[in-house]
Design a protein around this ligand. Structure first.
Ligand code: PMV
Length: 347
């Protein structure tokens, strides 16, 4: 039976891809498999209040972002509702009040679509669960990931922690194009408390939306090779994760970041999303790693900000280096200390 009304809150984290998802097919199916660290500090908290309405003809919802009504967010959520409606039967039954806020500052250049779509999907699944008390935890999470994917591809990797794989891969049992799964192979404890310090190099709006970016992979001259490379890198990560081989890990992670940007530089139209400070940071990381043998590396998403990754064991050294040498390259000196996290939770 359908409850008349209710209120649910979920907090979902962001994630940072190690092997990048870049390129998609119809219905948010990824062109290649990807894997990510779930983050902890960077998160979206969403409260959905729902009440039965008179008609069941149309969608009805309001969006409140950090205390203010945000009608400009509605089209994105409407598209999401249209995509998931076949799987969420009660969407037209209720009026939804969607209140959402991010733990990271406005326009920090950190995408909130992954954490935001994950949090909203979890709230919707929670309503579904109220109608189906026998629903298993596994089904709940898998379907939340499935729905989140339809909001924003990478959002399907923001339901659980701490290492999440998405996209069918022949050697990863249970992997699927439809939802993220916990990485099923052995992971060395070295990767357990990994840190991600996010350097906010450029806080402006993204130059290329991820939708536009994914589309640039259609007819891209290097697409076939790139998609094969992602499969290959996931393959190689199996031993790297098991053995705790940081040297090889760094090679794959940095190569993936640069390849993502290379795809954008070699598409038509072409884009350079790095800023001079992005490059200064990369060079300084390389120099520091070389001279001190500290296993610290970078990754990038589709923008100028730099994610600096390092294991717990070198935390003091890494933070000192970041503060002394890298923070000068951040806009207004802003950076966020984050770490690998355990996934979303109900509040
Ligand atoms: O989830 P989307 O459609 O915003 O795509 C995100 C793509 C990257 O962040 C660049 C890579 C990734 O795998 O997260």
């Amino acid at each position: 039976t359908l409850p008349a009304e209710g209120k649910i809150t979920w907090k979902a984290p962001s994630n940072i891809a190690l092997v990048k998802y870049w390129g998609k097919k119809k219905d948010q199916i990824p062109a290649n498999p990807s894997i990510s660290f779930t983050l902890d500090a960077c998160a979206t908290t969403t409260t959905v209040s729902f009440s039965k309405k008179e008609d069941t003809e149309s969608f009805s919802f309001d969006v409140i972002f950090e205390g203010n009504r945000k009608d400009e967010f509605k089209p994105k959520i409407l598209t999401f509702f249209e995509r998931i409606e076949a799987y969420v039967p009660f969407l037209r039954t209720y009026h939804f009040n969607i209140e959402t806020s991010n733990s990271f500052p406005h326009s920090s250049g950190i995408a909130s679509s992954a954490s935001g779509m994950a949090a909203l999907s979890l709230c919707l699944m929670d309503i579904e669960k109220q109608m189906n008390a026998g629903m298993s935890e596994d089904f709940f999470k898998r379907k939340a990931s499935f729905l989140a994917r339809l909001g924003s591809g990478s959002a399907c990797r923001s339901i659980e922690g701490d290492l999440i794989q998405w996209g069918g891969h022949e050697k990863i049992a249970g992997s699927s194009d439809l939802y993220g799964i916990k990485y099923p192979h052995e992971v060395n404890p070295v990767f357990k408390n990994f840190h991600d310090t996010i350097l906010l190099v450029h806080k402006g709006e993204k130059q290329v939306s991820s939708t536009a970016g994914h589309n640039l992979m259609h007819g891209h001259p290097f697409a076939t090779e790139r998609f094969a490379q992602a499969h290959d890198n996931l393959d190689r990560l199996e031993h790297i994760f098991r053995d705790g081989d940081l040297k090889q890990f760094i090679k794959i992670v940095e190569s993936e970041a640069l390849t993502l940007h290379a795809m954008m530089m070699t598409s038509m139209p072409y884009f350079i999303l790095m800023k001079p400070d992005t490059l200064h940071i990369i060079h300084k990381i390389w120099k520091f790693r070389e001279s001190t043998k500290t296993p610290i590396c970078f990754t990038l998403d589709a923008g100028a900000n730099v994610h600096v990754l390092y294991p717990e064991s070198v935390k003091e050294k890494a933070i000192q280096f970041i503060q002394n040498e890298l923070v000068v390259h951040c806009e207004n000196g802003h950076y966020i200390c984050d770490r690998i996290g355990n996934g979303a939770r109900r509040l």
